[in-house]
Design a binder for this molecule. Sequence first.
Ligand code: PLP
Ligand code: SF4
Length: 475
Amino acid sequence: METLTTIGRTAADDPNAPIRHLKPPVDPSTLAHRQLLDGPFWQRIPAYHDVDEATFLDHTWQAKNTITNGQKLLAALQGIVPPSFYQDVAEGFHRAPMSIRVSPYLLSLIDWTNPYEDPLRRQFVPVASRLLPDHPKLTLDSLHEQEDAPVPGLTHRYPDKALFLALDTCPVYCRFCTRSYAVGVDTDEVEKVSLKATEDRWQRAFRYVRERPELEDIVVSGGDSYQLKARQVRLIGDTLLDMDNIRRIRFATKGPAVMPMKLITDDEWLDALTAVVEKGRRLHKEVVLHTHFNHPNEITAITKRGLDRLHERGVLVRNQAVLQRGVNDTIATMQLLVKRLGYCNVQPYYVYQHDLVMGVEDLRTTLQTAIDIEKAVRGTTAGFHTPTFVCDAPGGGGKRVVHSFEHYDRETGISVFTAPCVKPGFFLYFDPIDTLAPEIQARWKDEAEQAKMVADATAQAEANMKASARASSVR
Ligand SMILES: *Cc1c(COP(=O)(O)O)cnc(C)c1O
Ligand code: SF4
């Protein structure tokens, strides 16, 4: 006799019936995001040949052995790069507006047999022969962070959120840093604004935050939260969480990308962060970590171990990447980065169009590149793991979605944005000069022509906006 459950059973219910797969077998290369570099990869570097795992994972060893000047880097590279490359780096340092700081971990991840092409080398080590002339529209603080700062180191641009620059040092110095006006030590090229981690300066920033009831959300950055002492993480976290108006705090750090071992061996720092996150949770407030991975090679088995510890402690991590030429400006690389971050429980939050930073034209891409890559990334994974591609509008307009320009003249490379909730006026982004046609490059050399190209682009933006306002029912 048949039981009730088998009555009316069809082939579709039979667990042993063959399954028709519809999709062809998966190409194994599409699962590469799960293959993380493991083993003693650092021993490829002569200077670290005898360094064992326990030593390499010790964050104090990493900090102590971090390379902080050109001479030391050149010494570490001796014998592993050709003399011509060595010369090129020496000359690159001489011309760079940013200080140098490279951890042994980072140095070990660079393929020194192919240093010109390596995506990590491009981000942290300048080579003179690859530098390109700056666009005439570049300035040192293109985002006008200082102009929008009511007290030193606190930028209040958006209505309900502010950016607190707690200190001016980082565990690494990136060539492309948008805050090269302050971050790092003075270089041949730039004398920096000082934003030391002094608690007196912080008190003024805290007072301002307390006096602005509309502020709910504070980004603690720098510099870099990794450099804060455990005590300082608690002090900043507790002070902000104790304010009734504050609902959200993000600690921003590039640390997990350049020195993940701190998450494994610096229990004091991790405990301090965890305590702030837990206090926030008890107060029904959100405290999260924002980090900055740009390339899938930055995520190794060591990184995953560190990120797993954050996940176990309930610390949510989001990523903000910067789109960079020769680093992550291909569809395959960006897809791999996004998938690998998701695999490690990091939410890809933003991909930034490269800011108009001086001395790094070789790293900037056109706006079109961001638009094209965004289209290819959206749809590959969960929507909450799909980053928004934004352009931080030069002049303080804030972040705008790259597709949302009012006008984009691909010939002159000018894109025009508006930011109605942030600031009136037009905000212009400029594609790198070397990507433009020779006759347009010639026009950019002439000041009258520059003014004309800018006036034409803004006039066209105005016309486009009038046309869409006529068609729109939004008021
Ligand atoms: C990016 C930024 C923020 C935070 O903006 P989100 O879009 O919420 O991530 C706040 N203040 C300033 C000045 C910023 O540049
Ligand atoms: S870690 Fe961030 S703040 Fe520090 S140098 Fe790099 S981009 Fe700039």
